[in-house]
Unconditional design. Structure first.
Length: 112
């Protein structure tokens, strides 16, 4: 699979057309389509990888694992899970700060 084909497939899986991906990456019209016959710069591939939330290595075909966080020590938790003690810089986050974070993540609205 070529890089262009991988980008096209991944964009489709994410619900994006290549035109939408092109726009979200901030490129001029049809830049990604030109990659069928031209090799893009690594900077442009990195922008597309960021929009698609995959690794550059995945787009280049160096790995079949699209997980951008592979090998990094990243833990996923639900901010609503009261059994998890969330920390920042090694100190527990106070409950009132967690509530503020939840409100900000909801777009500044309280759940009613």
């Amino acid at each position: 699979m070529t890089m262009f084909e991988r980008i096209k497939k991944t964009a489709k899986e994410k619900g994006l057309s290549l035109n939408q991906l092109n726009d979200k990456a901030g490129f001029k019209q049809n830049v990604i389509y030109s990659w069928k016959t031209k090799n893009p710069s690594i900077e442009r591939v990195a922008k597309v990888a960021d929009v698609l939330h995959v690794s550059v290595d995945y787009l280049f075909g160096k790995t079949d694992d699209p997980d951008i966080n592979k090998g990094k020590n990243i833990k996923k938790v639900d901010i609503e899970d009261d059994d998890v003690i969330m920390t920042f810089e090694g100190r527990p986050i106070p409950p009132e700060d967690l509530e503020l974070m939840k409100r900000l993540l909801r777009g500044g609205h309280n759940e009613d």
